[in-house]
Write a protein that binds this ligand. Structure first.
Ligand SMILES: [Zn+2]
Length: 92
């Protein structure tokens, strides 16, 4: 068994085999203007003035769960994350 990463907090319960799309961040509801990466808790936001937050990431279809690009690469195999954006044009 390889040792667990600090970012792993039981996400396998709800992220295993979940489909993700690489996309520009958009909040799923009006009152919430930011979300956090499911693993490293890095912030996602759509405010162009905030340089500290991600603008691009991997999101579930309902846009309720977000994973940053770095964590997606690190954990896609561990959690069997499904990258549906591969069939689309890559790169932004
Ligand atoms: Zn992350």
């Amino acid at each position: 068994m390889k040792s667990k990463d600090w970012r792993e907090q039981g996400q396998e319960k709800y992220l295993s085999h979940v489909e993700f799309w690489k996309t520009k961040y958009v909040s799923y509801k009006d009152i919430l203007e930011h979300d956090h990466c499911e693993f490293c808790w890095q912030k996602f936001c759509d405010l162009t003035l905030d340089k500290d937050c991600h603008k691009i990431g991997y999101a579930t279809k309902d846009k309720k769960r977000w994973i940053c690009e770095e964590c997606f690469v690190d954990f896609k195999e561990t959690y069997n994350l499904i990258n549906l954006s591969l069939s689309n044009k890559e790169g932004v």
